[in-house]
Design a protein around this ligand. Structure first.
Ligand SMILES: Nc1ncnc2c1ncn2[C@@H]1O[C@H](COP(=O)(O)OP(=O)(O)OP(=O)(O)O)[C@@H](O)[C@H]1O
Ligand SMILES: [Mg+2]
Length: 327
């Protein structure tokens, strides 16, 4: 409890236990003079002055500070002004120690970032493997079968029919393996970049689903970092899948543009919109997109009503990345 000058009137047992200080060292002192100035945290003191003057209120302000007896702490500070009988207000300061929770959150974020990167690398590796081995072997098989087919008049009718069937099955396997490899990780993304990979994905998505997709990518997009390209590609993939599974929209639009500072992607449909119920119990898709975007220091907004849904992602250019990036 502080008075208007930010002098400590009283503190409870938890305060003394948390900061390892005694009432004698605390009560009656100005907050910024406590314990060799350990509470002299400019951002906090300025805001507390506003609170005491009745001009502000702190609701979960996060404060990082070093305390000589207990080390570095992350605290959450909330204030309430208590009206007194007289002209002076009292400020009730509620301090929660968030250090462990923050460390746990950082660890989870670091882990999820690492898992997302591992999954991308794994998919890239499997796609390359499928392309370089199975797909190549199927091509060789197809060429050999074509060779045999040229001499198929020597075979009986049953064998000739079986051979034709083998050629058709070989072709089909070859297409399927290439499709699976490309869905796992489109070679275009690494080779010529996001714009071409998005167009390729939108085309194959349209063919599969009958939903017409327009792709508008600003011509000056250029190549972006691999992280950014992979993230935007995966976000587009998830959004289009959601559009097909949930929106009922006959159309979709993918838009990507950039300026000096950031790159912005928007995925839009004209479907039924996301109900608040659905958002509250969402699956893995939307939280996964959020996490990918957060890892790169960006933001993801969802705007949805009964006329459709827009997912808007902005990512900073220039390598800014959120805390907890890690290896
Ligand atoms: N474009 C959309 N239009 C309408 N509803 C949507 C749209 N996108 C998402 N939703 C709703 O939001 C919910 C959460 O989406 P999310 O992608 O997180 O999970 P999911 O698609 O159900 O499962 P998955 O984990 O496989 O992605 C969906 O179940 C759906 O109800
Ligand atoms: Mg989904």
């Amino acid at each position: 409890m502080l008075d208007e000058q930010l002098r400590v009137k009283r503190a409870n047992r938890f305060f003394y236990e948390m900061f390892l200080v005694s009432p004698a060292e605390t009560e009656g002192r100005l907050i910024h003079q406590l314990g060799d100035g350990q509470w002299n945290i400019p951002n906090l003191i300025d805001q507390l002055k506003d609170v005491a003057a009745g001009n502000a209120r702190l609701d979960g302000l996060e404060v990082d500070a070093d305390f000589p007896a207990i080390g570095r702490k992350t605290m959450m500070v909330t204030t309430r002004v208590l009206d007194q009988e007289g002209p002076l207000n009292m400020v009730l300061l509620v301090i929660s120690d968030m250090t462990k929770r923050k460390a746990a959150e950082r660890a989870v974020q670091e882990l999820s970032g690492r898992l997302l990167r591992l999954r991308d690398e794994e998919q890239r590796r499997i796609a390359r493997e499928l392309h370089d081995t199975t797909a190549q072997n199927l091509s060789a098989l197809g060429m050999n079968l074509a060779l045999v087919q040229r001499e198929s008049e020597r075979l009986g009718p049953e064998a000739r029919a079986a051979l034709s069937e083998c050629v058709a099955i070989g072709d089909q396997c070859s297409r399927e393996v290439r499709d699976v490899a490309a869905l796992l990780h489109p070679p275009l993304l690494d080779e010529i970049g996001l714009a071409s990979a998005l167009r390729w994905y939108a085309d194959s998505f349209s063919r599969r689903t009958g939903i017409s997709v327009s792709v508008n990518v600003s011509p000056d997009l250029g190549r972006l970092g691999q992280d950014i390209e992979t993230t935007l590609y995966r976000v587009a993939q998830e959004c289009l899948t959601n559009i097909q599974r949930h929106s009922g929209s006959p159309t979709a639009e993918v838009r990507v543009e950039r300026d000096e500072q950031e790159i912005r992607a928007e995925l839009r449909d004209e479907g039924r919109g996301i109900s608040s119920d659905a958002l509250a119990r969402h699956g893995v898709g939307i939280p996964g997109m959020r996490e990918r975007v957060r890892q790169l220091g960006g933001r993801l907004d969802i705007r949805s009503d009964s006329h459709g849904t827009r997912v808007i992602v902005s990512l900073p250019l220039g390598g800014a990345s959120a805390g907890g990036g890690g290896a």
